[in-house]
Design a protein around this ligand. Structure first.
Ligand code: DAH
Length: 313
């Protein structure tokens, strides 16, 4: 604004020069020369002042944007492994250490793999206990990892030693002991000459690794359509070492998994010669193991994502 006022086209200096017209030639020369000198002085003064202002502005900006590179950084907190994943990884490590293949199966599964090929045809009453979400006649959310046994038997030739872990889904309430989504591990072994003794030996060794060397194992008869004979497997109570307490309802035992000898029909449906091969299988809930190992009293805590809970593991 100041520059326009003095040097602009309608500024004071222009007006002054215009007025020179009324003067004599000598006066014109004298005042004209003087006016041009003033114009130069003003122009260079303005330039100087503008330069000084810009420098001030730059300095100010630098001061405001300054970063103290010597300040210590702010760390974001470390995450940690979820307790259920910790147990899952521990189980996988045990079995990959003794030569098992770790096999993955889909959570959206075919009726055939989840039920049919495991000797649970349509209308079999055992399906009731494992009601699930059906997308259509063929596709459903798998109710157990045993479905992966069928994929393993189709993909591999005996000897088969495979383990699968992951999420399974059921039409269960969401309460302290149930969840419509939970985790399982399922193991299958198919070879020549496999007996119930192999199953018992493996379970005993595995459960001692998982729950401690003092753990005792007990098999009771149990029914699962895909095994014959089938068994419910208990461990000696890890809270009272089998003496009897509230946790084991004074029995000294805690039910931990289902197991059995793979049903010959199940072998045949996956094109395995049941006159030559036999096998065993077992399946276990991983959340339940985490509940026992860490003394958690409500399964929902695993899925609430409350950091106050998760930071304890
Ligand atoms: N799949 C069964 C369940 O979810 C558990 C089970 C029982 C798995 C016996 C097995 C087995 O592999 O042999 O209740």
């Amino acid at each position: 604004a100041v520059r326009v006022k003095f040097l602009g086209r309608k500024g004071l200096l222009t007006q002054y020069l215009r007025n020179l017209g009324q003067l004599s030639i000598e006066e014109k020369q004298l005042y004209g020369k003087r006016a041009n000198e003033i114009k130069d002085i003003l122009a260079s003064s303005f330039e100087e002042a503008q330069g000084a202002l810009a420098a001030l502005k730059r300095e100010d900006a630098l001061r405001r944007e300054a970063i103290d590179v010597t300040l210590p950084g702010r760390r974001s907190g470390y995450g940690r492994i979820h307790p259920v994943t910790q147990v899952l990884e521990e189980i996988c490590a045990i079995f990959s250490g003794i030569g098992f293949s770790i096999v993955d199966g889909p959570e959206i599964e075919k009726d055939y793999y989840n039920f049919e090929a495991l000797n649970m045809p349509r209308n079999h009453p055992a399906r009731d206990a494992q009601d699930t979400f059906y997308f259509d006649q063929t596709n459903l959310l798998r109710t157990h990892c045993s479905a992966v046994q069928v994929h393993s038997m189709e993909a591999m030739k005996p000897p088969i030693r495979a383990i699968s872990t992951g999420k399974v889904y059921r039409r269960d309430p969401f309460d302290a002991t149930h969840s419509p989504m939970f985790y399982q591990v399922d193991v299958i072994v198919v070879e020549e000459g496999i007996t119930m003794g192999d199953l018992k030996g493996m379970l005993d060794a595995f459960l001692k690794r998982l729950f401690g060397p003092g753990t005792l194992t007990r098999l009771r008869p149990g029914f699962f359509p895909f095994v014959e004979p089938g068994a419910e497997v208990d461990i000696s109570c890890i809270f009272c070492s089998g003496r009897g307490c509230a946790k084991c309802k004074q029995s000294g035992w805690i039910e931990i998994l289902g197991a059995g000898m793979v049903h010959p029909k199940v072998l045949r449906m996956s094109n395995i010669d049941d006159s030559r091969y036999s096998g065993f299988a077992w399946g276990m809930g991983i959340d339940r193991v985490a509940i026992l190992k860490y003394g958690v009293d409500d399964i929902r805590l695993f899925f609430d994502n409350d950091l106050r809970f998760l930071r304890q593991f």
